[in-house]
Design a protein around this ligand. Structure first.
Ligand code: SER
Length: 544
């Protein structure tokens, strides 16, 4: 069964059982400022689980896009992903345990033809607040599961709900697929990480609202919230050892092989790089399609970090030193566009945004990696990179600290993270104490709002007009800012270092450009002085 068939079969199964199909909500939670991304299928439904009436009714089903980044460092192994899909069905005060468990069982055994012996389930064993879920145990037994297939676990494993926070919660029963390997030891069971058991579905019986004081109050309705990890289910059904060997990913991995000229399955490092890229391109593209552009803050920063991580893996292990992620979007559209029309509609935007980000980061990466080599050579004896050095990479070159750690660890180095935090704090203090910047008025020479950026094609430009300039004073320093009608200089935001180089006037005046920044959509060249004659035309030269 292909991934696409599975999505359709799941949704149809529940539609036939009077569930209304709802579209996946955005990856960016609209009404929840506490999280940056939609992290589970039930997330967009929280208000309805708490009692609000859902316009589509009391029985719902969907396939929800999710992003989780807590385990991003594990991505590249067999199963971790930052982007994943969750198949779900919900009862908002309609059916409860009996029907929920029976439907799950029927779907797995009759529609997916999983033999009963290949299932194992876990149920809540009870604690001082809530008794053991005997009802769920009895239902599983009545469906034909033996005592050995039913495991009783505590709150850690069989309770879903916001740990330490308020919100809907309740005991759950998790369904595992037994991969058929022998048990790794006498205590081996669904909670063991040996790979024998793969969790495929979670049925949560949401009947409580956790209050701020930890008290559990009964919800107005008894609800069911189920979530099935789509990629893992595909892995189990297609008999693969890894998510990345299923047809969810094989098209993308083949595309990465084609573009890189490297083969999957030859070296571990290259395989990891291909998996990282195959995963990250999904998180990046779907986030952009939902309106989140890479940036320096919040969700935008997470996306930027994921993107930079993918570029770095491609650059180091697969020899990509030109933008390549943008060339994978068409494959993603082929693989997933049928189910998610937003990526078809937004394909051009996604490609353009990714390409720009890649261009910018590849330049930074190149400079940063050279700097990192120098830093490592300097600390060859201790193999510890100082907090100050790590901070320069972070602050000046936009290297997320985890990226520096990754590069360092590959060479057997560690980073003094405490020292890094000290530098970070110092910077925050400096920013707080910084006196206001005093900007002079712009002197305009020619009107031009849209600066054409041409740095993808060239690093030099002739015959360019200066459109405006101004003088800026910060503390005791005076700087000069120049804006041209067109430029090959790449600008950075948020205090990072952009391109440097020089400009040359027709009459031969040479002025160094010490940085390029972006402000209010203007590409501003920070110059050592203002040209003597601003009406001449200039040639612009970027340091390469
Ligand atoms: N809330 C549960 C989960 O995310 C079931 O959807 O696993």
């Amino acid at each position: 069964m292909t991934a696409q068939e599975l999505r359709t079969m799941y949704v149809n199964f529940f539609k036939e059982r009077r569930h209304q199909e709802i579209a996946s909500a955005s990856l960016l939670p609209e009404n929840d400022p506490t999280v940056l991304f939609t992290t589970a299928g039930m997330h967009p439904l929280v208000p309805y689980l708490l009692g609000e009436k859902h316009p589509a009714g009391k029985r719902l089903t969907d396939v929800q896009k999710c992003v989780r980044t807590e385990d991003i460092d594990e991505v590249g192994d067999d199963t971790h992903c930052t982007f994943f899909e969750m198949l779900g069905n919900w009862s908002l005060g309609d059916y409860f345990k009996q029907e929920s468990i029976s439907m799950s069982f029927e779907f797995l055994t009759k529609y997916l033809n999983i033999p009963v012996e290949r299932l194992a389930v876990t149920v809540f064993e009870g604690d001082e607040l809530v008794p053991a879920d005997e009802e769920a145990i009895e239902i599983w037994k009545s469906l034909g599961l033996s005592e050995e297939q039913i495991y009783r676990y505590g709150r850690e494993d069989n309770w879903w709900g916001p740990a330490g926070q308020t919100g809907p919660c309740g005991p759950d029963t998790e369904i595992f697929y037994d991969m058929g390997k022998p048990k790794c030891g006498p205590n081996c069971g669904p909670s063991c990480h040996c790979g024998k058991y793969v969790e495929i579905w979670n049925n949560v019986f949401m009947q409580y609202n956790r209050k701020a004081n930890g008290e559990l109050e009964l919800l107005p309705n008894k609800n069911v919230d189920t979530g099935m990890g789509f990629e893992r289910l595909c892995m189990a059904l297609q008999g693969k050892k890894s998510n990345y060997d299923t047809d969810v990913f094989t098209g993308m991995i083949a595309k990465i092989e084609e573009l890189s000229g490297h083969k999957y399955g030859v070296t571990e490092q290259e395989d990891i790089a291909m998996r990282v890229i195959a995963d990250h391109i999904r998180a990046i593209s779907f986030s952009i399609a939902d309106g989140q552009l890479p940036s320096n803050v919040k969700a935008g920063y997470v996306i930027r970090r994921i993107l930079r991580r993918a570029v770095r893996y491609g650059y180091t292990f697969l020899g990509f030193n030109e933008p390549f992620l943008c060339r994978l979007v068409s494959q993603l559209v082929d693989d997933m566009g049928e189910f998610y029309p937003e990526i078809v509609k937004q394909q051009t935007l996604i490609e353009r945004v990714i390409k720009e980000e890649e261009m910018a980061f590849l330049r930074t990466l190149d400079r940063g990696i050279r700097l990192m080599d120098n830093i490592m050579a300097k600390s060859a004896e201790t193999k510890i990179i100082s907090g100050e050095d790590a901070f320069v990479l972070y602050d000046t070159f936009g290297f997320p600290i985890d990226l520096s750690e990754l590069i360092a660890s590959e060479k057997g180095y560690t980073i003094d993270l405490e020292g890094f935090q000290v530098e970070l704090q110092k910077q925050k203090d400096r920013a707080r104490n910084a006196t206001a910047i005093e900007s002079g008025d712009w002197g305009e020479f020619a009107h031009c709002d849209n600066i054409e950026f041409l740095g993808y094609d060239c690093t030099e430009l002739e015959g360019v007009q200066l459109t405006r300039h101004r003088t800026v004073k910060a503390k005791n320093k005076t700087m000069y800012q120049l804006v041209f009608e067109r430029t090959p200089f790449y600008a950075e935001m948020g205090g990072q270092v952009g391109d440097t180089g020089y400009i040359l006037s027709e009459s031969g005046e040479k002025i160094n450009i010490i940085n390029t920044i972006k402000e209010n959509n203007l590409t501003i060249h920070v110059a050592e002085r203002i040209p003597a004659d601003c009406t001449e035309s200039f040639s612009l030269h970027v340091d390469t």
